[in-house]
Design a binder for this molecule. Structure first.
Ligand code: HEM
Length: 136
C-alpha cells in the first residue's frame, strides 16, 4: 500500500513538499518561525527522508537508526512531541493531494499507521536528547 501509493506521488517531487509546507504553515502559523525563511533545501531533505523511509520500510534496523538520528537532530530544531500530529496531518494531506485514485481508504490507513511509528520513534529519541523536556 505504502509503496504503490508512493510510486504515484514520487514523480511530483518538490511540489509535494511545497504543498506540505503550505498546508502546515496555513494551519499552524506558530511553527513557521522554527524553519529557515527559504525552504528549498529543506524541502529536498524532507523528500529524501520520506523516500528513505519507504525504501527501508521492511528493514526495521536501518529504519529505526535513521528515525532515531532524525529525532535527536529535531530536539535541536525546537520541535516538540505536540507538533507531530500537525506535521502528520499536513504530510498525509500532501500525499493524498498527489496520489489521486491511489489514495484508497487502505492507503490512508497504512500511511497513518506508518506515520504513528515514525513519530513515536523520532519522539522517543527527541525526548532522550532533551532530558529536561516535559515529555521526558
Ligand atoms: C515524520 C516526521 C518528520 C520528518 C520525516 C522530518 C524530516 C526532516 C528532515 C529530513 C529535516 C532536514 C534536517 C535533518 O535531516 O536533520 C528536517 C528539519 C526540520 N524539521 Fe523535520 N521532520 C519531521 C517532523 C518534524 C516536526 C514534528 C517538526 C516540528 C515542527 C519539524 C521541524 C523541523 C525543523 C524546524 C527543521 C529545521 C529546518 C530549518 O533548518 O529550517 N519536523 N525535518
Amino acid at each position: 500500500m505504502i509503496k504503490s501509493s508512493f510510486a504515484v506521488v514520487e514523480p511530483h517531487g518538490s511540489q509535494v513538499t511545497a504543498h506540505f509546507y503550505r498546508h502546515l504553515f496555513e494551519h499552524n502559523p506558530q511553527v513557521r518561525g522554527l524553519f529557515a525563511e527559504h525552504l528549498d533545501e529543506q524541502q529536498d531533505r524532507l523528500w529524501a527522508a520520506v523516500g528513505a523511509l519507504v525504501t527501508h520500510l521492511e528493514d526495521t534496523e536501518t529504519l529505526v537508526g535513521i528515525l532515531r538520528d532524525l529525532g535527536r537532530r529535531h530536539a535541536g530544531y525546537g520541535a516538540v512531541p505536540e507538533h507531530f500530529p500537525a506535521v502528520g496531518a499536513s504530510l498525509l494531506a500532501a500525499l493524498e493531494h498527489f496520489a489521486g485514485d491511489a489514495w484508497t481508504p487502505e492507503a490512508a490507513e497504512s500511511w497513518t499507521a506508518v506515520y504513528g511509528v515514525v513519530a513515536g520513534t523520532m519522539g522517543e529519541a527527541m525526548a532522550e536528547a532533551v532530558p529536561s523536556a516535559p515529555s521526558a
